[in-house]
Design a protein around this ligand. Structure first.
Ligand code: TYM
Length: 332
């Protein structure tokens, strides 16, 4: 079976609808055909300031949401990044074949560093994509299911794999991005030209998966649209309506062209009402399941311990080969 690996940062109490449609739904589908590794990337989460108790809580919450979304620990390996020491170890080696300028060209780094200012930007934030490459290459992943915003990081990962293989001999599978066009970028409901993001200025455009259904419905009903009446998919001139259609299509399984026909002659209120129903019908049970997993943290920690043991086996094999290839004296 081909292998997939992906991860999310435990940087908020709830994942949002972009994480769900852009990633989690794809992860669950890929379990059927792939040997899947899904991790909570807590090492990445400390690249910005975070309170320790909050980090621990969010790491569990993120894992609980993977399970609630349908990641099945019987079939997939579900683990926490910091439980597998090889991630940090491989990141060091990869960092030593990464150009300073190459890392400096990462747009997510430039955005985040630009906002924080250089005195408040950490070296960890700079090397973040190198650690992400290590996550992927350790498991010899063939494909990496993510949203569009991770494409540049995957390009770097491929470059590093090819560079290492060329310089030291084949050690890594060169991974392909697995980015589903229709859901690769879900937009903010209040600012439909910006991606839905945990760091949005206002939360009224971000659908958190653990929001109360009433809150979700209200956010959808107040989504920004446009001054026309027509329900038509056109990202350039109708970004708000197009985003609502994309979300509808992803959840209802009806192609956007079919939805345009369904809604001919109807108004934005109809579309929003139906969408609010669709989203809350999907997310209410998701929320219940998440809360149930969080009710039993010991059981959750057991699942994560099993996953970490499986992950360490694979990671240790890759790292041993890498250490040998670079010329480290083997420790007897
Ligand atoms: P993170 O935690 O920001 O996001 C998790 C996943 O959600 C996707 N995503 C979106 N998809 C569609 N529309 C959106 N508005 C949207 N917002 C987020 C992201 O693309 C991602 O797939 N660097 C990664 C975490 C990471 C990782 C890895 C991923 C670390 N190591 C190894 C894959 C493989 C990140 O910050 O994702």
């Amino acid at each position: 079976r081909p292998r997939v690996l992906s991860g999310m940062q435990p940087t908020s109490d709830s994942l949002h609808l972009g994480n769900y449609l852009g990633a989690l739904v794809q992860w669950v589908a890929l379990q059927e055909t792939h040997d899947a590794f899904y991790c909570v990337v807590d090492l990445h989460a400390i690249t910005v300031d975070v309170d320790p108790a909050t980090l621990r809580e969010r790491t569990r919450r993120t894992a609980a949401q993977y399970l609630a979304g349908g990641v099945d620990p019987q079939r997939s390996t579900l683990f926490v990044q910091s439980h597998v020491p090889q991630h940090a170890e491989l990141a060091w080696v990869l960092g030593c074949i990464t150009g300073f300028g190459e890392a400096g060209r990462m747009t997510q780094f430039k955005d985040k560093a630009g906002k924080a200012g250089s005195d408040r930007t950490t070296v960890g934030l700079f090397t973040y994509p190198v650690l992400m490459a290590a996550d992927i290459l350790l498991y010899q992943a063939d494909a990496v299911p993510v949203g569009e915003d991770q494409r540049q990081h995957l390009e770097l990962t491929r470059d590093l794999a090819i560079r290492f293989n060329g310089r030291f001999g084949e050690a890594f599978t060169v991974p392909e991005p697995f980015i589903v066009k229709e859901t690769a970028k879900i937009y903010d409901l209040q600012d439909p030209t910006a991606k839905m993001s945990k760091s949005a200025a206002t939360l009224s455009g971000v659908i958190d998966l653990l929001d109360e259904p009433k809150v979700t419905a209200k956010k959808i009903r107040s989504a920004v649209t446009d001054a026309e009446r027509e329900i038509r998919y056109d990202v350039e001139t109708k970004p708000g309506v197009s985003n609502l259609l994309s979300i509808h299509s992803a959840l209802s399984g009806r192609p956007v062209e079919t939805l345009e026909k369904d809604y001919a002659g109807k108004g934005y209120g109809d579309l929003k009402g139906d969408l609010a129903d669709l989203v809350t019908t999907e997310l209410s049970p998701f929320r219940e399941r998440t809360l149930a997993y969080l009710d039993d943290p010991a059981a959750l920690d057991d699942v994560l311990a099993d996953g970490a043991a499986k992950a360490r086996d694979v990671a240790a094999t890759t790292l041993a080969q890498v250490y040998d290839r670079v010329g480290f004296l083997s420790a007897r």
